[in-house]
Design a protein around this ligand. Structure first.
Ligand SMILES: [Zn+2]
Ligand SMILES: [Zn+2]
Length: 171
């Protein structure tokens, strides 16, 4: 859980920088992220008034993704913009939490803001559906499995052989 103590947020404008463990985001293995390579860095401009706190800034983390073509792992930085409105002293009906995107409702007795959900969903937007180590990645030979970025295999010409058309159509 990534959270900010309300005690740390003065009235008016302030700025905080946080480094949080990526594991605190509780991002599952189905996310497409193979591994986290850095803590999550947060920079937030905060504006606090009587009933509201506005958080605006960025979150960034280095991750490892699997290339969809050559299956090799590569490292990339995910950056996300954050724009969160926190409403203080509101108890959500039926105990439901933050149903609106970008809005966190903070119960009157709470001492912190849990921004994990917002940070998680914004960072996940940056994870490509089909990650590529490079736009020019040549991928693997469908015949022998050789990494065509590293070498041409001997069956290169056979890829255009009519015998493979039926197989390729299945993909
Ligand atoms: Zn690749
Ligand atoms: Zn080959």
């Amino acid at each position: 859980m990534i959270r900010i103590d309300l005690d740390r947020i003065p009235e008016g404008s302030s700025h905080i920088e946080l480094l949080e463990q990526a594991g605190d985001l509780e991002i599952g293995e189905d996310s497409g992220i193979a591994a986290f390579e850095s803590p999550v860095a947060l920079e937030l401009d905060i504006t606090r008034s009587a009933g509201e706190i506005v958080l605006r800034g960025t979150a960034g983390v280095d991750v490892t993704l699997d290339c969809a073509r050559c299956l090799k792992q590569f490292r990339v930085r995910l950056e996300a913009g954050l724009d969160i409105l926190c409403i203080l002293g509101r108890v959500a009906p039926d105990g439901a939490e933050g149903c609106r995107e970008g809005v966190i409702e903070i119960p009157a007795n709470s001492r912190f803001i849990d921004i994990s959900g917002e940070v998680r969903s914004e960072l996940m937007i940056g994870v490509p559906v089909k990650p590529l180590c490079s736009d020019a990645c040549k991928g693997l030979c469908p015949v022998c499995g050789a990494d065509l970025n590293e070498a041409r295999c001997s069956c290169e010409t056979e890829r255009h052989d009519g015998r493979w058309d039926a197989l390729n159509k299945l993909k």
